[in-house]
Design a protein around this ligand. Structure first.
Ligand SMILES: [Zn+2]
Length: 126
């Protein structure tokens, strides 16, 4: 394995996904905001996500009109409900498109994008 690949894997392992949390009403917030949308009193702080969740809904993209995504089809675009309760748009990787299901347990993973690492999810074998 090349040194650059080792660094890339270590970089992915060291990554975490932070999401906003309101200390006043104890609820998580997505997307990021300056003021809690639940109680309108709390100033959100950042907490590390568990990185675990389930597929809330999804679609399979089989044709892309954007040249940047043409080589990726078919791929799964999903709304993932994290254990913390927020729903995050992302992709499901390492899962054949015919096996994706609502409610499927998933965990955080990272892929290298054109402008840095992107949080995606892969299924948890149960
Ligand atoms: Zn709040």
């Amino acid at each position: 394995m090349k040194e650059r690949e080792k660094e890339s894997i270590k970089d992915q392992e060291d990554r975490s996904l932070s999401i906003q949390y309101c200390p006043t009403c104890a609820q998580y917030i997505f997307y990021p905001r300056a003021l809690c949308p639940h109680c309108w009193q709390g100033v959100p702080e950042w907490k590390e996500s568990s990185g675990r969740g389930k597929v809330y809904t999804y679609t399979v993209v089989r044709k892309s009109y954007l040249p940047e995504f043409a080589s990726r089809v078919p791929y799964i675009y999903a709304l993932v409900e994290l254990a913390e309760g927020i729903r995050l748009p992302s992709n499901i990787i390492d899962c054949p498109v015919e096996q994706i299901r609502i409610g499927m347990q998933v965990e955080l993973a990272w892929v290298q994008g054109d402008f840095g690492f992107i949080p995606v999810f892969r299924r948890i074998e149960v």
